[in-house]
Design a protein around this ligand. Structure first.
Ligand code: PAF
Length: 278
């Protein structure tokens, strides 16, 4: 496995790799969820590149970029063991040189849910992923379903900007108690960690109600709220039951829908989702 830093080094390394290329964009502090993306890319692509870059432009003013967990040596070891061929670890200056002023804004689909709670977040995500795609020209790029709106935004961007890249969505990996794997879980205190699987249980309760025939979106949202009310360590920020493609809130669930939520355990913000009617 080769590690490269600059764009020049990246281009040189890519030229020597057989096509098709699979790209797994990450912000590091890898867990099994990331490694499952690398494994899937290994199955489907001749070469697998992973980017590790804590992208400053997707953090809001009140979100602490400097505290984002990092452990590059551990990440590199994990990627080597999982069979990645190339790891690109650009510096912030490489991707955002002095005087940088070009942005990718995906409009409607970025507005609700996470976009409403984290203004500017998806502009940062879309911009950096566009830059990663421009630099690597992957045949396929792999993302986790846990960040459901991110995937929707990036699918839209890929279509709109005519990238020849297929977006592959991989299932959310969960701990044994149902908590979705996330680099941010490391922030949880033992008491918060014990409480956090309530997000999964809440989604499960609503999914079961849907399976049993409940189609009123508000009743499904209420199932989630009720489950969260029973856990004082966790504070619900929003629950949404929206059309899977447009992310517009539903009154009645007819086809595929996205049931999603964000909640705080202390200062740590957690998100999770289930796809209904899949
Ligand atoms: O999901 C992430 O880790 C990031 O948002 C991404 C896609 C790597 C862009 O910085």
């Amino acid at each position: 496995m080769q590690q490269v830093f600059t764009l020049q080094e990246l281009w040189q390394a890519l030229a020597a790799l057989p096509a098709p290329l699979g790209l797994v964009p990450t912000m590091g502090y890898l867990h099994l969820g990331h490694l499952s993306l690398v494994q899937r890319a290994r199955q489907e692509c001749a070469s697998v590149a992973v980017s590790i870059f804590v992208n400053p432009t997707q953090f809001g003013a009140n979100e602490d970029l400097s505290k984002y967990p990092r452990n590059l040596q551990r990440d590199l070891q994990m990627l080597k063991e999982t069979g990645a061929h190339l790891v690109w670890t650009p510096s912030p200056e490489e991707l955002y040189p002095a005087g940088y002023q070009t942005w990718v804004t995906v409009e409607e689909i970025s507005r609700p849910l996470e976009g409403a709670m984290r203004p500017g977040h998806f502009r940062g995500v879309a911009t950096v992923v566009a830059k990663l795609f421009n630099a690597t020209r992957p045949a396929r790029a792999y993302f986790g379903q846990k960040d459901a709106q991110q995937v929707a935004v990036l699918r839209q961007m890929t279509r709109d900007l005519s990238y020849p890249t297929e977006i592959i969505i991989c299932p959310t990996l969960r701990e044994a108690d149902g908590l979705a794997m996330s680099s941010r879980n490391v922030y949880l205190t033992p008491a918060q960690r014990a409480a956090a699987p309530v997000l999964y249980r809440a989604l499960q309760a609503a999914a079961l109600a849907h399976q049993n025939g409940e189609r009123r979106a508000e009743a499904l949202r209420e199932q989630v709220r009720a489950a969260l009310r029973a856990e004082p360590q966790v504070r619900l920020q929003y629950v949404s039951c929206a059309d899977y493609d447009t992310l517009q809130e539903l009154e009645t669930v007819q086809g595929k829908a996205l049931l999603s939520l964000a909640a705080y355990a202390g200062e740590t913000r957690l998100i999770d989702n289930f796809v209904l009617g899949d």
